[in-house]
Ligand binder design. Structure first.
Ligand code: SF4
Length: 594
């Protein structure tokens, strides 16, 4: 790594004392590259074992990587924290302008600890750090408004990131998200609640600088190669045209689109909420993260007339993608596209994770259908499939938490089902509500064993759809494929490369991008680093109580046939044993630092 690369700077902020310090951590980035690799080390260093996830001791770590600002699609910021939702590893990635802003402000990582006595937001403009009073922004109805006020009061327009929470984070809903640049999110595992517990409304970061490289000619050559591969790749064209929403019809056709709390895996009205329908009727604009030529972010324009005024309209710009359409559409039986957009908008305004919210509402609908909860608990709300108005009202009550029932819903589906029953159809893996794939064993085993309990770390759904060799249909074969993918993704997320570009950033290209910043690794080195990061994440999870021996598997996934037939518990058990043996192959011991 180049000596004067600002990536080595780690900014430590203490909200209790309203103080900060900057440390040079070449050791961290030289060994672990950045992103997920640097963040998990900082989490081990800063998070006391067994601490309450909503206590001041729980750190928030943001980290970017050596390619950020230099190469296209290296646009992610990795956040790590102890999750208030699952009680173990909290990891969430977000893009927008966040990564570039942190790098241009002169940092590779930011660590936030402590808790403020008053609501505040932090403004980081290069090496100028401000702790600003945010009392007037706290409890504001809409996260958009809070964001707009910050925008108007902070410098750095066009260069800065604004990461902020909504009411959900303030009310410590365990699956509250953090929003950046209005439409992008640290969505999963409750980073918003950790912000809320620290009375931290937002973090603004901006900066301007040039970045050092050691070989201009190589830089130009590798840059062009990546850029052209990205803009000419058919996968990227697909992401640009319809976005991930383009997967609705293909997954439905495949028989893998969870519908009505996964009572079915095909939605008879999928066409009405498909990516094609959204694009045709509502697509208002496409956006891109900073330094990305793809532009996969799709924003719908929803025009609604004011009740008592003719010819007066309000236009809401609402981001949508596959996961939102699944969680708030098919999973809830919502086929009215306008109603679906309104529900997405409500959840965005409040700052909730849309996937968790949809799965929790789906469980509540089935629970009410089966009579295990009544209108007494729901405060007269009739949950019924497709009734988006009821869901919008319920979402508001999850924020207000007027009774025990909504307090339970604010803690997630596992928590609610433990109290009221219906655990067999409470669709969460490792405590995190399920992503939108019932494509085969890979999707469910992937969510059970991956570090984030989501679809993001090992893409089990993709393994299901491309499985060909016989071994891919055995528990060991599925587990092996999932682990290999997850370990390689640790490399990509240490370089903070968008996973949509995983086909572009092949190992040989990765090595050459790193050479530009004087990281001289071999292919074996980067694979070893990926394996180590994965083990370090597991070390944190196990330290905080996660175990592969007592995985909770909702029975519903065995009842609704997969495209390849029915899954059984034995298959999952064997796959988990394989993963356990692999993870524990090298002892999960703390590393001795130099
Ligand atoms: S492909 Fe999409 S999500 Fe990935 S960096 Fe580009 S715009 Fe952002």
């Amino acid at each position: 790594m180049l000596k004067h690369d600002p990536l080595a700077n780690v900014l430590y902020l203490d909200l209790s004392k309203k103080s900060f310090r900057i440390e040079q951590r070449h050791d961290l980035f030289e060994r672990h590259m950045g992103g997920a690799g640097a963040a998990i080390q900082l989490l081990h260093e800063e998070c006391p074992e067994g601490c309450d996830a909503l206590s001041p001791e729980n750190p928030i770590v943001f980290a970017v990587g050596p390619l950020t600002g230099l190469f296209p699609l290296a646009s992610k910021t990795v956040a790590m924290f102890k999750s208030p939702h699952t009680g173990n590893l909290g990891e969430s990635h977000c893009d927008g302008r966040s990564a570039i802003a942190i790098r241009m402000a002169g940092y590779g990582a930011i660590v936030i600890k402590g808790a403020s006595d008053i609501p505040l937001y932090i403004a980081i403009h290069g090496n100028q750090i401000y702790f600003r009073d945010a009392s007037s922004l706290w409890k504001m109805k809409s996260g958009f408004t809070a964001g707009r006020i910050i925008r108007e009061n902070e410098p750095g327009a066009g260069l800065r990131t604004i990461m902020r929470i909504g009411r959900a984070g303030e009310e410590l809903v365990s699956y509250a998200c953090v929003t950046t640049e209005t439409y992008r999110h640290f969505g999963r595992l409750g980073l918003g609640a950790v912000f809320g517990s620290k009375r931290l409304k937002a973090v603004v970061v901006s900066g301007k600088r040039s970045l050092p490289i050691n070989d201009k000619r190589l830089y130009r050559k590798v840059y062009d190669e990546i850029y052209h591969a990205a803009v000419n790749s058919p996968a990227m064209k697909k992401y640009h045209n319809l976005g991930t929403a383009g997967n609705v019809l293909s997954l439905n056709e495949f028989g893998g689109l969870p519908t009505r709390n996964l009572k079915q895996a095909k939605f008879e009205k999928a066409l009405e909420i498909s990516g094609e329908a959204f694009a045709k009727q509502y697509l208002g604009r496409r956006l891109s993260c900073s330094h990305c030529p793809v532009g996969c972010i799709h924003i719908a324009a929803l025009r609604e007339s004011y009740e008592d005024e003719s010819y007066f309209y309000k236009t809401s710009m609402i981001s949508y993608d596959y996961e939102l359409i699944y969680a708030l559409g098919s999973m809830l039986g919502v086929s009215d596209i306008e109603g679906l957009l309104k529900l997405m908008d409500r959840i965005e305004v409040l700052g909730l994770d849309a996937i968790s919210t949809g799965v929790i509402l789906a469980w509540a609908t089935e629970a009410q259908e089966r009579g295990i909860i009544s209108k007494k608990e729901t405060i007269e709300i009739e949950f019924s499939w497709g009734n988006y108005t009821a869901y919008m009202n319920a979402v508001q009550l999850i924020i207000e938490q007027p009774n025990e029932f909504y307090k339970r819903l604010a803690k997630g589906v596992v928590h609610a089902a433990c109290v009221y029953g219906g655990e067999d159809y409470a669709l969460a893996f490792g405590g995190n509500e399920m992503p939108g794939y019932h494509t085969g064993p890979g999707a469910h085993i992937g969510a059970l064993i991956d570090a984030r309990h989501s679809h993001l770390d090992n893409a089990g759904y993709s393994i299901d759809q491309t499985a060909s060799a016989e071994r891919h249909f055995t528990p060991e074969g599925v587990a092996e494929a999932l682990l290999a993918e997850e370990r390689w993704r640790q490399v990509l997320s240490s370089l903070v490369v968008c996973f949509f570009a995983r086909g572009v950033y092949r190992p040989d290209i990765v090595l050459r991008t790193l050479q530009v910043s004087d990281f001289n690794f071999s292919i074996d080195d980067i694979h070893r680093i990926g394996d180590e990061i994965h083990r370090e994440k597991y070390r944190f999870k196990i330290r905080e109580g996660f175990s592969l021996d007592n995985l909770r598997v909702p029975k519903r996934i065995f009842e609704t046939p997969l495209p390849v037939g029915k899954l059984d518990e034995e298959f999952i058990h064997k796959a988990a044993l394989y993963v356990k043996a692999e993870v524990l192959k090298h002892p999960l011991r703390p590393k001795v630092s130099n």
